[in-house]
Ligand binder design. Structure first.
Ligand code: TRP
Length: 456
């Protein structure tokens, strides 16, 4: 056994508290503005089918592994990897996996907060009736004006980072748990409201056709890998967020059941968001656009064109802000837990300090859209370079190493005890994690970085 594991540690008050927090981490901007478009463009139902298989066959086993490592160690990701490596008789260098995760979280947070700031800006714009009568040219120039205005972006980036650091500084019970218990039910309620609105006043039939009409001709190796990568990113794997959340789990909670619930809710939110969004888009005769364009240009036109659009539009951006907020809390938590558990800094100070570090990097991200437009790293702007480094390199790397550690390095008796699975299911989990998951992630990595000839 690991000494002192969790003796005086804060814990989630219930299994639901953990499930909501982990779902809060998983449900983010990726679910609402990336998944719907990817699915619609890349084969509809065929893509959704492959995505579901990836969630079940790659995402779920890895999610279980990451939560398990945290729960067993009852420590922040850095110290967790150190004690687990010692317990397994493996190299102390495994600690570096925890350090990389902590840093990756801060890197992602720096640009996630800038993007979430855009959502705050649009929330205020919509609530003030600013969507009314927007046409396509006006929507486009509104977005360009925001991106050209560093002060405005900086303001919202700062507000959002403060919101994040304030929650993390509040601790597990009064910060993370309380925020997720309020925000996640609210997020579900808003999503259902928008869905019902879309079913009644929108073009739900066309939305369903766009999302679910299976076109297997569009399923190429490249599309399959994109589905895999999205499944992996959407579950917030590979950097220790799920590990640190798992470390606040009590011993008697079933990791398997909680993981299934998190993976299912993450997927349901992505699908329902897609239905709601495209019902509205098609009802207003707009084209389904990609990513930022869909949320910040296309949808505002629809909101401006509908009765009650100020309400519907602001609710939609509240949904996005809540989704981003619960994810950024999870991005800041691994580093905060590490610093709090290893220095004399209190948690509020540690989260303020780390939030400031991510905020500073975020300032560079803000400027990369205007004043520092020409600044490039490896041929990419600062925003794109940070996104590329974290999403395409550091997260897959972390994911492979977590799989290797859990399935090859850790003693089988220990993982079996944590997961509490019957012999057959346990064997399936371990085999999947040993062979399928690392292979899949290496392929995703090679595709994302273009090291293999790019598959279409
Ligand atoms: N899952 C989040 C989304 O869908 C993004 C994300 C990736 C994330 N890795 C994370 C969030 C780690 C929190 C922690 O948008």
């Amino acid at each position: 056994m690991i000494r002192n594991a969790g003796a005086r540690r804060a814990h989630w008050s219930s299994r639901w508290a953990f499930i909501l927090a982990a779902t809060g981490s998983a449900v983010g901007l990726g679910n609402i503005w990336k998944f719907p478009y990817m699915a619609g463009e890349s084969g509809g139902g065929a893509f959704v089918l492959i995505y579901l298989v990836c969630i079940a066959a790659i995402g779920l086993p890895l999610l279980m592994a990451e939560i398990m490592l945290g729960r067993r160690a009852q420590r922040n990701p850095v110290d967790a990897m150190a004690v687990l490596a010692r317990e397994a008789g493996a190299s102390a260098a495994w600690r570096a996996l925890g350090v990389t995760g902590v840093i990756t979280g801060l890197l992602i947070l720096s640009f996630y907060s800038v993007v979430a700031g855009w959502m705050l800006d649009y929330l205020v714009l919509g609530a003030g009736g600013g969507f009314a009568g927007l046409d396509s040219a006006a929507a486009q120039s509104r977005l360009s004006a925001l991106l050209a205005d560093p002060q405005r972006m900086l303001l919202w980036h700062s507000v959002f980072m403060l919101m994040t650091a304030a929650i993390v500084g509040g601790g597990v019970a009064h910060g993370l748990e309380r925020a997720n218990k309020l925000l996640m039910p609210a997020l579900f309620a808003i999503l259902l409201f928008l869905l019902v609105y879309g079913l009644i006043w929108g073009e739900a039939g066309r939305a369903a056709a766009f999302l679910f009409h299976a076109d297997f001709a569009k399923i190429t190796p490249g599309v399959t890998l994109a589905a895999m990568g999205q499944a992996f990113f959407s579950l917030s794997l590979g950097m220790g967020s799920m590990m640190v959340y798992g470390s606040y789990l009590k011993r008697d909670t079933s990791i398997v059941r909680a993981s299934v619930a998190v993976a299912a809710m993450d997927t349901v939110v992505a699908l329902l968001a897609g239905l709601a969004i495209f019902s509205i888009v098609f009802a207003h005769h707009l084209e389904p656009a990609a990513g930022p364009g869909l949320v910040l240009q296309t949808l505002p036109i629809a909101f401006g064109d509908m009765a009650g659009g100020a309400l519907i539009g602001s609710l939609f951006f509240v949904l996005l802000v809540f989704a981003a907020w619960t994810s950024s809390i999870a991005l800041l938590e691994p580093a905060t837990a590490w610093i709090t558990e290893n220095t004399r800094l209190t948690r509020p100070r540690a989260s303020a300090l780390l939030g400031t570090a991510a905020w500073l990097l975020g300032v560079a991200v803000v400027l990369s859209f205007n004043a520092w437009r020409g600044v490039t790293l490896f041929g990419l702007g600062i925003f794109d370079a940070l996104d590329y480094l974290s999403s395409n390199i550091l997260l897959p790397l972390g994911g492979v190493l977590i799989a290797v550690f859990a399935a090859w390095v850790m003693k089988a008796g220990h993982s079996r005890q944590e997961l509490n699975l019957d012999a057959t299911l346990y064997a399936v989990w371990r085999l999947t994690l040993r062979y399928v998951v690392p292979l899949a992630i290496v392929l995703i990595f090679l595709q994302l970085t273009g090291l293999l000839p790019r598959l279409t």
